[in-house]
Ligand binder design. Structure first.
Ligand code: HEM
Length: 398
């Protein structure tokens, strides 16, 4: 473990669950107490960068601080991911293959599907007058769209969804063996889909699996393992994050009547609202990095192989960057510089898709269910590591 003598030591275990917003309170307190902390809750420990400018600099220092560690909380994940695990030129070449499928123009092509699937799911629950928003909507919606993105039947969501949930939960608890069991099932499922596409290729400019099958890097085709790992990685990166964002957004709107009414009255504000929600409720609270060469970062001496926590959750709520950071403020200056999607070469591949999905839900939901509230008075619980609300019971008049 690196020497924690140069700054205060944090014993806060960020993998623990808490009441909703509990993690932001802990992060805010640490950021304001000192510029850097050394956290000793994992085997290797990690240097915590928490202020906006430092976290941004960390993302930009990609030559020296690499994704050989992807999360500071579980530095040895044991599950390969693509493109996440690549760095430098190799990463650039890989992203070039898949970037076009996630560019704004390509994502726009998914808009119709995003809206129609959203409407179907809302109509299923509207007459009930209540729902567990997480289980009955927020988990199902991004899964269906992900399957469509890969050209797979949305009806497969029924069995695919629990597999992906279980795998991610194992990973977020550091249970590599458990994650491996679910990973094997998911890879076998993708394998069938890839073979089907090999036999019946589609237009590689529109179909991602066909593109992966035809793509070459330095004259070499991608291996089968690489193709399957890419599908798995996009799934892991895209499903839990989107459903978690939906949970926090709807928890906010269900308890802030004026904000909800504003979006109901003026749906044109939805895009800006989505961006501010993403800043305000960052669920990927940190990205991990590993130091490749000993370095001095503003007086903090880091050694090769040290682990770094790039504190997205505290940077996005840093008052030095965003005045009144814990409030929802439409049109705040500098909003488009928030770090919820990361920054630098590993910046979120799916950010345009995430924005589209979230905006579609807000628009379609509010057309059909404009008034809703949180059911009951039990405190909402958020998972640690990568934040999510396990449950969100909503109710409305029918
Ligand atoms: C609100 C939703 C989302 C949030 C908050 C989010 C957040 C992030 C963050 C912070 C990173 C950077 C991690 C790092 O630098 O180590 C990232 C990377 C990534 N995201 Fe997202 N994400 C979201 C949705 C999505 C979706 C919908 C997809 C795809 C369907 C996706 C796919 C990816 C991939 C593949 C990467 C790795 C990029 C690389 O390493 O080059 N994400 N995301």
């Amino acid at each position: 473990m690196a020497q924690p003598l140069q700054c205060p030591v944090s014993h806060t275990d960020y993998t623990r669950e808490s009441e909703i917003y509990g993690h932001y309170a802990l992060l805010d307190a640490e950021r304001e107490k000192d510029r850097f902390h050394f956290n000793d809750t994992t085997d290797r420990g990690f240097w915590m960068l928490t202020r906006y400018e430092d976290v941004l600099a960390g993302f930009q220092n990609w030559q020296e601080w690499t994704t050989d560690v992807r999360t500071a909380l579980f530095p040895k994940s044991g599950i390969p991911l693509l493109p996440q695990d690549l760095n430098g030129e190799a990463h650039q070449k890989f992203r070039k293959i898949i970037n076009p499928f996630f560019a704004p123009a390509a994502v726009k092509r998914m808009s119709e599907l995003a809206h129609s699937r959203c409407i179907e799911l809302i109509e299923e629950i509207r007459d009930q007058g209540h729902c567990n928003f997480v289980a009955e909507f927020a988990i199902r919606y991004p899964t269906d769209l992900f399957l469509a993105l890969l050209g797979l039947p949305v009806t497969d969501g029924e069995f695919f969804l629990p597999w992906s949930e279980n795998m991610l939960n194992c990973m977020l608890q550091g249970d590599v063996e458990g994650a491996g069991v679910w990973q094997a099932k998911i890879l076998a499922y993708f394998d069938k889909a890839v073979e089907e596409r090999r036999a019946n290729p589609l237009d590689p400019t529109e179909d991602m699996v066909t593109r992966l099958l035809e793509a070459e890097i330095d004259g070499q085709p991608l291996t089968k393992d690489d193709i399957l790992t890419t599908c798995l990685s996009i799934m892991l990166a895209g499903l839990d994050t989107t459903r978690s964002a939906l949970g926090y957004i709807f928890a906010h709107l269900a308890s802030h009547d004026a904000d909800r009414q504003m979006l109901v009255d003026d749906p044109d504000l939805t895009k800006d609202a989505v961006e501010e929600f993403i800043r305000l409720y960052p669920l990927v609270i940190q990205a991990g990095r590993e130091v490749q060469e000993s370095t001095d970062f503003h007086g903090l001496e880091m050694q090769q192989k040290d682990v770094i926590w790039l504190g997205i959750g505290s940077a996005n709520r840093d008052p030095r960057m965003y005045p009144d950071p814990d409030s929802f403020v439409l049109g705040r200056p500098g909003l488009n510089r928030h770090l919820a999607f990361g920054a630098g070469p590993h910046r979120c591949l799916g950010m345009h898709l995430a924005r589209l999905e979230l905006a579609a839900v807000l628009e379609e939901w509010h057309k059909r269910i404009p008034n809703y509230r949180i059911k009951g008075s039990e405190p909402l619980i958020e998972r640690g590591s990568q934040l999510t609300l396990e449950n969100l019971e909503l109710e409305w008049e029918v």
